[in-house]
Design a binder for this molecule. Sequence first.
Ligand code: VGL
Ligand code: ZN
Length: 258
Amino acid sequence: IFDLNSNGVLCMYEFTECYNAWIKKILNPVSAIVIIDVQNDFIVGSLALKNAPAKQDGLEVVEPINRMLDNVVFDKVFYSLDWHPPNHLSFADNVHLRKLAKNSLIQDPKQAKEMDIVVFEGPPLIEQNLWPRHCVQNTWGAQLHDDLMVLPDSQKIYKGTNPEIDSYSVLFDNGKTSSTELVGLLSEFGITDVYICGLAWDFCVGFTGKDALSLGYRTILVEDATRGIALDGINATSQNLIENHAVIVQTDEVKEMV
Ligand code: VGL
Ligand code: ZN
């Protein structure tokens, strides 16, 4: 069914026609979009992406996301919120509240600062990036950005609520010790295709994509509706997703796929 053109290249137009005429009917995709952490703190607040190494602007995801929600009918729409208690272990100013593990590169809590990586005494014994205080439950910084379209039939997923473990992914915490309710919901609704977008590309979006792939979902990163923290991380994330057979598309391509 995949005809190559005279240059031996798969023709995207032919593929799209073929996909819509036949493949989609066979696959019968059931779609969910997960709009990840489009919260004030990542756009204008304490962890504003425009101040991060890649100097990207988190606000730039809002317009493409709204356009997509206007033009595409997803079967389910989810919004995730990073939702930390004040004593969360990811806040640099909370390092003194816990013991550092013997294998932590930083051993003196007074030396640990934002953007450093430490290991706290486990379990689990995992690396923890230290961040400025962000997305504290029930604060302005944790609210979804005012310009983001929030559909009435959508559902919010809160993560990072346990003070003792971080959760970049909207599906599992960083130690893979617990899952959010989204895991059950995707399965309950018979979702086949998980679209991801939002903030931040190299952390919460990337980890969510990896977990969605590991659960067997066709996973689609909407690239122009996603912004990140550091370019190296962004590139590594995209490469890793592609290696695990994710699909990377632009906002305007999504309507043809759903
Ligand atoms: C995130 C850093 C810390 C994210 C959350 O949403 O990508 N990044 N917490
Ligand atoms: Zn966080």
